[in-house]
Ligand binder design. Sequence first.
Ligand code: PRP
Length: 188
Amino acid sequence: MTNAIDGRVASGKQVFTEGDIAAAVVRIAAAVRADYAGEELMMVGVLKGAVLFAGDLMRALGDYPLIVDFIAVNSYNTGRDGSGGQVRLLKDLDIDPAGRHILLVEDIVDEGLTLEYLLTNLRSRGPLSVRSCALLNKAYHRKNSVAADYVGLEAPDAFLVGYGLDFQERFRNIPHIRQLQPARSSVP
Ligand code: PRP
């Protein structure tokens, strides 16, 4: 650990272990299998945060009939208090979602703007159905009524890194999820 950010990650507490995450993935895969009853699914992973979760969920679904694609979006706020948040499409699907059962795969639903944008976007493209799953639900700052259909774990109100979640693009590769220790205030 070489700088202040590394120190804040190292001293932040571990929130979810690899075991917690693996168990949540297995639970979601079992629910998806039961609900779709063998209908072919098109899994849509939301880059970049969901890349590890999407990979593990694919593996947990084993021999289930599945096609996989990825979409990339970026959310940013325009208001001082974070109001007026916008979501922008960075990379569209390669596969046409029309006539398919779509399962969106997110790492985290926080304010909910990203999921709302993606659900609206995908539902406008003629799919048979659209559902969503999120490894983490962070319920404290939701700006709409959106909710994932499958949720793995309830996240605390803290900045989390690891298992796909980043701070300034780093720490996505940590295999568990930990809290970024809040920065010490410069005001005494
Ligand atoms: C994060 C996360 C979700 C989204 C959730 O993505 O991966 O996609 O924010 O935020 P919301 O519920 O508050 O809208 P981000 O835009 O940071 O990109 P990344 O996945 O590339 O890290």
